[in-house]
Write a protein that binds this ligand. Structure first.
Ligand code: C5P
Length: 224
């Protein structure tokens, strides 16, 4: 029988990369697989939560029992999150790897090679910070973000926790090739303003269950 510990809660989870158009046939993106976000969506749904998974382009199968909204760009992702959070969500988890910048003027026609030029320039402008924006709008009761760092993991993650208005931040060291980005295994440290959890290194599926448990513990300890 399915557990119903999270019954009545709406969780919104972003996952995957974003894809920022250059012209109708080209884009800027990154190597995020979406695995961690999809695993979290499944773990929360398995405990009875209503889950909206807002996903950039991935090759992953849709987890059962989850409502998936497909988006491409960061701007579309922010819009879809706001629609999903029209009634304040219980939990928002930002697992997506959002492009920091997008192309300022997207060409409406395919850009042609200039045969006399060896260089070309694209002007980029900053994308919105989705989780920070939603936190400032109180779109959910609890905000959980990720921090992929290559050094000073805890210090930088705590800084992000504060700056983005998060309750919990899940930090990992992406300089290690055995965990993280595009890997099935992951090891993280979870930080709140004044507590810390270190779940064991595990598959993203197993880790997702531990992370959902940590979020549940936090909800009980800090009711909102
Ligand atoms: O600043 P940084 O990209 O390291 O922060 C990572 C966290 O912030 C992740 O939870 C990510 O989903 C979220 N983020 C966001 N919007 C952005 C950039 C990051 O929601 N534009």
């Amino acid at each position: 029988p399915k557990s119903a510990e999270l019954k009545g809660q709406h969780w919104i989870i972003t996952a995957g990369p974003t894809m920022e158009a250059i012209d109708p046939v080209r884009f800027i993106s990154n190597h995020s697989s979406g695995k961690m976000g999809y695993a979290l969506a499944k773990a929360a749904a398995d405990l009875g939560a209503e889950v909206t998974l807002i996903s950039g382009p991935t090759n992953l199968a849709m987890p059962s029992g989850v409502k998936r909204v497909d988006v491409k760009s960061a701007q579309e992702m922010l819009y879809a999150c706001r629609v999903a959070a029209a009634d304040q969500a219980d939990v928002f988890i930002g697992a997506a790897a959002i492009a920091d910048f997008r192309v300022k003027d997207v060409a409406t026609q395919k850009m042609k090679k200039q045969s006399n030029e060896n260089e070309m320039q694209l002007t980029l402008i900053k994308n919105p910070d989705i989780i920070a924006t939603l936190s400032s709008e109180d779109a959910a009761k609890y905000f959980i973000g990720f921090a992929a760092e290559t050094q000073n993991v805890v210090t930088y993650a705590k800084d992000k926790l504060e700056k983005k208005g998060l309750d919990l931040i899940i930090a990992n060291d992406v300089s290690r090739s055995d965990i993280g980005f595009n890997n099935d295994q992951n090891q993280v440290v979870v930080l709140s303003k004044d507590a810390q959890w270190t779940p064991e290194k595990a598959s993203k599926t197993e880790l997702a269950k531990h992370l959902v448990n940590i979020i549940q513990t936090f909800q009980t300890e800090q009711p909102k």
